[in-house]
Design a protein around this ligand. Structure first.
Ligand code: ADP
Ligand code: ASP
Ligand code: MG
Length: 440
């Protein structure tokens, strides 16, 4: 059985990284299908090629001269080709893309060229076939992945190749234009390819030795997680642990294929295994109550008060209907007897607060209503929380003892997560306090 391997932007940022990646692939002949991202950052202040492409296309779409930025993009690829001494030339491709920019081929098309070009180079370097994602990954008219068609065409195509390199991040629309997934979407492509190849494993190679218990930019040297379930991972990645795209688990989960997060710069580390479930009798993480912590800023909360709210039939429905009509989805809905709060993404309501407030007042006639922004949410996630008594109390104590006021609490009904809301200023302090409480 084959393995599908996906390498992220930092793993393929320059020629030196290309060499590391090739060594990893060659060290295991089962690593048959390779999904690549566009070249990422080579150093901290560097710019990802994808961001350069977005910027460049923006200029092109405004009719401005975009040649300077475009040349910089070309240079990133030329540097890799010449440092590796490859025979492949991208000059014709560059010209075609430049013309397409002038012809306003679209933002998604522009962004997708980062992985497209990188895959051509990498296929040449490693000596594998190149398969264009446009020919094998399909979106429906509404922009959602057409998983059936993709599975059918892609699995058939893969059977024709012993080895192949496939660009991540994009596919094609029914009218043949290019569409991308959201940012970080090469992880999804890797998962789709793993399912179509019926792979034994989907290895996702990045720049950290697996999924860490907390964001390394907030908590210093957090511990790696050895084993995590799809469910736990989804909770964490949705809440900002961006090491793997939050939608990347779906295709492999359908097929029961485990994901292994690995570090391109430390291939000897075993990384994190993401699995469907863990047998409690064999769960060597049983002592660890929590699996990980993640959080995000940028939330707002609308709080409504009304006497006897609990007896008013349809209060919640009417409130949510207002949101639905405004095309706003909500994150959490903590409620009491006479109060109800809705937590939303601030960016979804920005500029529209007054209008929304009027509509809500008309729909449910509250005694009071308030809007507050600057909320950060933190999710404490763990499959073993169900079993361990007092986990919530430990979270609250740790946060309060750090001098942070908890503005909202929500325990997921699956009992694998506790979510707290704190002021954005307290976000880092709260994250570190929770980490320290459970891991010392
Ligand atoms: P790639 O370019 O390989 O797709 P990403 O930048 O998308 O890599 O994801 C890896 C990064 O995710 C890490 O470098 C790290 O900064 C960040 N990250 C955030 N939360 C976590 C976490 N809990 N565990 C590991 N990495 C995390
Ligand atoms: N290159 C794309 C991005 O920067 C997709 C990816 O890396 O997964 O978002
Ligand atoms: Mg990524």
């Amino acid at each position: 059985m084959s393995k599908v391997v996906k390498f992220g932007g930092s793993s393929l940022a320059d020629a030196k990284q290309f060499e590391k990646v090739a060594n990893i692939i060659r060290s295991d002949k089962d690593r048959a299908f390779v999904v690549v991202s566009a070249p990422g950052k080579r150093f901290k202040e560097d710019t990802k090629v994808t961001d350069m492409l977005y910027g460049c296309y923006e200029s092109a779409a405004k009719g401005e001269d975009f040649s300077k930025v475009f040349e910089k993009i070309e240079e990133r690829y030329r540097d890799i080709i010449s440092a590796l001494g490859l025979g492949v030339s991208l000059e014709k491709e560059f010209e075609r893309i430049r013309q397409a920019f002038i012809g306003r081929a679209g933002r998604d098309y522009a962004a997708s060229r980062g992985e497209y070009l990188n895959a051509i180079i990498f296929a040449d370097y490693i000596g594998y076939d190149f398969i264009d994602a446009s020919d094998v990954i399909f979106f429906r008219e509404d922009g959602v992945l057409d998983s059936e068609k993709t599975q059918e065409v892609l699995s058939k195509e893969l059977k024709k190749h012993k080895n192949a390199v496939i660009p991540g991040f994009y596919g094609s629309m029914p009218n043949d234009t290019v569409r991308t997934f959201s940012r970080g979407g090469s992880d999804i492509t890797g998962s789709i390819v793993a399912r179509a190849a019926n792979a034994e494993i989907y290895e996702n190679w990045t720049d950290v030795s697996g999924f860490l218990m907390a964001d390394p930019r907030v908590v210093e040297s957090p511990r790696p997680i050895e084993v995590i379930t799809y469910h736990e991972l989804r909770e964490l990645s949705y809440m900002g642990a961006t090491v793997l795209h939050e939608d990347a688990i779906f295709p492999v989960r359908l097929a029961g294929i485990p994901i292994n997060i690995r570090n391109t710069n430390r291939p000897e580390d075993c990384g994190t295994m993401i699995v469907a479930s863990v047998d409690p009798n064999k769960d060597n993480a049983l002592d660890a109550v929590i699996t990980g912590i993640a959080g995000k800023k940028g939330f707002s909360v609308i709080t409504l008060e009304k006497d006897m709210m609990n007896q008013e039939l349809g209060f919640g429905r009417r409130l949510l209907e207002v949101l639905e009509k405004n095309n706003i989805s909500f994150e959490h809905l903590p409620s009491g007897i006479d109060t109800m709060s809705v937590v939303l993404n601030t960016s979804d309501i920005a500029g529209n607060e007054k209008h929304l407030q009027d509509q809500i007042c008309r729909a449910v006639d509250p005694d009071s209503i308030s809007f507050e922004d600057g909320l950060a949410l933190i999710a404490v996630v763990g499959r073993n929380m169900r079993r361990a008594k007092g986990t919530a109390a430990r979270v609250f104590d740790a946060v309060s003892n750090a001098g942070v006021n908890i503005r909202m609490i929500d325990q997921g009904s699956s009992e694998i997560n506790i979510i707290i809301g704190v002021s954005e200023h307290d976000f880092e302090t709260a994250m570190r306090a929770i980490y320290k409480e459970f891991i010392s």
